[in-house]
Structure formats: structure tokens, C-alpha cells
Design a protein around this ligand. Sequence first.
Ligand code: SF4
Length: 186
Amino acid sequence: MQYTWNDVERHVAACTLCPLSQTRCRPVMGRGNLQADIMLIAEAPGGQEDRQGIPFVGKSGELLDSLLRECGLDRKELYITNILKCHPPGNRDPKEEEKEACFPYLKYETFLLKPKIIVCLGRVAAQRIISPDFKITREHGSWICRKNCALTATYHPSAILRDPSKYEDAKRDFLEIAKKRTALNS
Ligand code: SF4
């Protein structure tokens, strides 16, 4: 059976596949341009996202928007999602069983979007999507190609808020992402 965006959203909205369904306020489905060629994937919604049901709101969303703007990118052109659709209490790292339970939704999003570029935001996403031993500090900005899709990783905006010295590295990574998109579309 071929799922549509509405089907995925409906399943996420009613999902009880892992215990986070008991503590979340709202599940947070990915959002953005459904024709986007760039997909950003982070680990899980934070507290504000949980309350609003929207990914990347609040301070980390503002920081992401300004980073994108500086690099000639616009959130409206992208699709942004998380591996987990529900907020882990206290912003703890997602548990393996939660990631496994939720991963099919991300697969459907990727299948429906068919992005040319996937950008993992932060260690947890990079280790789940690119490689289990991915070291974000050493390997951010590196690229691999998988099934006609270019994959890279950079810092999560929350990590930049905690350590602003990471901003310039993330900016360099996003400038390369913008260049890669231009090259892939030319
Ligand atoms: S985190 Fe994912 S698998 Fe767990 S309840 Fe939420 S939507 Fe379902």
C-alpha cells in the first residue's frame, strides 16, 4: 500500500508505539516544503516543540533560521523533521527502542520527499542515519552518497546555543550544503 503524507501524519498523531506517547503533549510531525530537495533530520522534539506540535520553534529554531539565512537558504524551501516524533522527558537522549519504534515514520517521510540532500543535525541523528560511530566534532561537514542522496551532518542548533564557538563551523557546513544543492541542480 502506498502511504501519503496525510496517512503518515494521521498515524503519527495517534501513535502509541512507544512509552513517549504517555508523556508527550503533542507528537511533532516533520514540516516544510514537500517538494524540498534538502531534508534536515534532528533527534527529537524539545519542550517548546512538544507544546506547540511544530519542529524547531523557540531559540534553537531562531538560531537555525538565522544560520540558514546567512548561507542563502530558507526554511520555507526545506523539510525539517526528527527521528523521534515525541519529546523525551527532560530532553534526554532517545532510547534505542524508541528510535526503532519511530524510525518507520522517518522512512516514509524520506520515501515521500525523495530528498537529494539529507543533513543530520547533531550526533544522535548522524549516528542513526550515517554511521553508528560518527563523531560529530571530527566528522561534521563530511559527505557520503547513498542511493542517489548526499548525506552530511552538522551541529544541532541546541549544541550551538550551549557553545557558540560552534556557530562558524556550522555556517561553513551550511555554505557547503548550499553549494552542493546548486551543483546537484545544475
Ligand atoms: S516517539 Fe514515535 S513511536 Fe514513540 S509514540 Fe511517538 S510517534 Fe510513536
